[in-house]
Design a protein around this ligand. Structure first.
Ligand SMILES: [Zn+2]
Length: 116
């Protein structure tokens, strides 16, 4: 097992995972499809997958990487911030796909950038 790359400088950053394959929520048994945002709880050997709802992240919205300006502004406005990563089978590593932020922060940032 290699480190998932969640740590840097000895500090753990909050990370959520975009599923790369179908799964089920450990808590509510909801069916999860690839791309769904989940949180992994490391319980001894088994990894418990929690859906966005059970993880308490249902109020948050994913902002995919792509527009650096919007990303920067939105992450500044949002008081809650998670990095969204997805397992890449090709590179055998987690790649960052975006951020999980407050919808209002994303909307505000988009507005200021003139994007919709
Ligand atoms: Zn659930």
């Amino acid at each position: 097992m290699s480190d998932a790359g969640e740590t840097s400088g000895g500090k753990t950053k909050p990370v959520v995972y975009a599923l790369s394959r179908a799964s089920r929520c450990y808590s509510c048994d909801k069916k999860l499809v690839p791309g769904d945002i989940t949180k992994l709880e490391h319980a001894s050997e088994d990894r418990e997958v929690l859906c966005q709802n059970c993880a308490g992240l249902d109020k948050l919205e994913v902002l995919l990487s792509g527009n650096a300006k919007v990303t920067r502004l939105a992450s500044k406005y949002s008081s809650v911030k998670f990095t969204v990563v997805r397992w890449s089978a090709l590179w055998k590593t987690y790649e960052r796909v975006g951020l999980l932020l407050e919808p209002e922060a994303i909307a505000k940032a988009r507005q200021e950038c003139g994007a919709s």
